[in-house]
Design a protein around this ligand. Structure first.
Ligand code: UN1
Length: 542
């Protein structure tokens, strides 16, 4: 066995026509590089150039997952008793290493999931921000001293770690989101088994290496590769076996509900960050150009593959025509292509072929609902190319931007999340109708309103059922120190980021220290205070 820090990159023989070599990737269990006990593997493929295979990774089975859990359990006593400021120092080192290697990581991420370099840069920065925030949190993690109702007795609260955390994230935010989860987990003294997304294993491998390089002891974070219904499922099954104390999941609402059921029946805490059909309302008082920019970015940035992407665009009838004209002009001129080889593209390929297939199947359902398709022709291919597409469309999986109008509340496409570049447009007759529509989907993750009427903005912010709201801003763009998460079908109320996430990775331990040397009974031995008779007639004062 080889320790991660003793190993260089292990390149394989390959017929990759792309200039970069193929990497042999490993699970990292207790700091050691491990293949799957079954010997089975899967490939990581660049979705912008399907012939470019980045590497081969272990297809982990139940035994592999079990080994990773055992490693996390063994590392727990030492890590949870390591002083929190020391844990913070290691996390700070991670942030500094990420800064040092930012450029290479940005390019690797762009190559593995097809997001633009600009967006990948923003995302690695979000991981850095998370590390720097939590480095200093290691010097806080405050508990309280609380007054006792009895003399010579002190009360305290302490934050305690939960134990072993199972971390499952999606590949659309493959660096920021696992950091959102694992950094607070480890600052609180927990250890982790990280199931990497199947479409970004090389990036996960590089990030886990950086974590170890930063001084993280072996076994605190264990990385396993595999496919969702395999390794991820085994990790969740381990909750039923009593081996996991926390699951943190970002992904679809249906999978989130299934995980919530397993955790619920075992009384195990879970953080669930799920889907969204995020509404963006535009009112007549809004700066229309600004609203067009925000809606366009929210709908089509990241090729619409953020959980915070714009879903329902809700336009007040008085500005509908003006808005749509400007919006469609931008949509029709969208520059799309592989950002590693072309400058200034708004979005690149889909995250992987699987995401492309799912998106196309959503589009055919929308088409069947009788809405008006204003723009979009499915997959971009030779001969079916929007005017500002750059590069070879057949090399990867690229999609047209899609806009549908004539959408109403009774349609499925109003309610269902479409993970890809598609916006459904709904017309509102007035503010109350717009707010009603914004609340009418089963989700409640992000939301936005463009208005220059302060009362409308106030009423939207108090009336919307969502975890996040932008006022004169897009639906996306959470910052690393504000709580992130949703209500309704978008999650179970837990939050990521900022100080709030600490609640999800620790429990409160209340300690009382009886110094009197005798048994004093709470409530029962408390001195009773008698109130004096009132001698003044207050009614005579006024
Ligand atoms: C996600 O899509 O799972 O606010 C996370 C945003 C990003 C995070 C999105 N910072 O859009």
């Amino acid at each position: 066995m080889t320790h991660i820090l003793e190993a260089g990159l292990d390149f394989m023989e390959s017929e990759n026509p792309h200039s970069l070599p193929k990497v042999r990737g490993y699970n990292i269990i207790s700091g050691q590089l491990e293949l799957s006990v079954s010997g089975e593997t899967f490939d990581s493929i660049n979705p912008a150039i399907l012939a470019d295979v980045l590497g081969e990774f272990p297809l982990s089975n139940k035994e592999d997952v079990r080994k990773a859990i055992d490693a996390a359990r063994s590392a727990l006593p030492d890590w949870s008793s390591t002083p929190a400021p020391t844990r913070g120092q290691i996390i700070g080192n991670m942030g500094r290493l990420l800064m040092q290697h930012k450029e290479e990581l940005v390019r690797l991420q762009a190559r593995e999931i097809g997001k633009t370099l600009k967006e990948c840069g923003g995302e690695i920065q979000e991981a850095i921000d998370t590390c720097l925030f939590f480095q200093s949190e290691g010097r806080r993690l405050y508990g309280q001293t609380v007054n006792s109702e009895l003399p010579d007795k002190e009360l305290f609260t302490y934050r305690r770690p939960l134990g072993v955390c199972g971390i499952i994230n999606a590949c659309n935010f493959p660096s920021a989101v696992p950091f959102w989860k694992m950094i607070p987990a480890i600052i609180c003294g927990n250890t982790c088994v990280w199931k990497s997304p199947q479409d970004s294993p090389l990036l996960s491998f590089a990030l886990a290496r950086i974590m170890h390089q930063s001084g993280l002891p072996d076994g605190v974070i264990n990385l396993i590769h595999g496919k969702g219904s395999g390794a991820g499922q085994y990790l969740v099954d381990a909750v039923d076996e009593g081996l996991i104390n926390k699951i943190s999941f970002t992904g679809s609402t249906s999978v989130g509900k299934a995980i919530g059921e397993v955790c619920g029946r075992n009384l195990v805490s879970c953080s669930l960050e799920l889907g969204g059909k995020n509404p963006l309302v535009v009112m007549p008082s809004a700066n229309i150009d600004n609203a067009v920019e925000g809606a366009y970015w929210g709908g089509f940035g990241t090729a619409g593959q953020r959980c915070t992407s714009l879903g329902n665009l809700i336009l007040h009838q008085d500005i509908y025509d003006e808005f749509m004209e400007k919006f469609m002009d931008k949509v029709k001129n969208t520059r799309i292509g592989d950002s590693l080889h072309n400058e200034d593209v708004l979005y690149g390929s889909m995250l992987s072929e699987k995401y492309a297939i799912d998106f196309l199947s959503c589009l055919s359902k929308i088409d069947a609902e009788g809405v008006t398709k204003e723009w979009g022709q499915g997959r971009i291919t030779t001969g079916n190319t929007p005017k500002n597409f750059v590069g070879n469309p057949e090399a990867g999986v690229y999609m047209w931007p899609h806009v549908y109008t004539g959408v109403t509340e009774d349609m499925d496409c109003f309610h269902e999340e479409v993970f890809g570049p598609a916006v459904t447009v709904v017309k509102a007759v007035d503010f109350d109708h717009a707010l009603h529509l914004a609340n009418a989907s089963p989700y409640g993750l992000s939301s936005a309103i463009y208005t220059n009427d302060r009362l409308e903005a106030y009423r939207f912010k108090t009336g919307i059922k969502a975890g996040m709201t932008g006022i004169n801003n897009s639906t996306t763009g959470a910052e690393a120190h504000l709580p992130f998460g949703g209500v309704k079908g978008s999650g179970n109320g837990t939050r990521e980021s900022g100080i709030w996430v600490i609640e999800s990775y620790s429990y409160w331990h209340a300690v009382n220290d009886e110094l009197s040397g005798k048994l004093q009974l709470a409530q029962m031995d408390v001195d009773e205070i008698e109130m004096a008779e009132a001698e003044v007639d207050y009614s005579s004062l006024a």
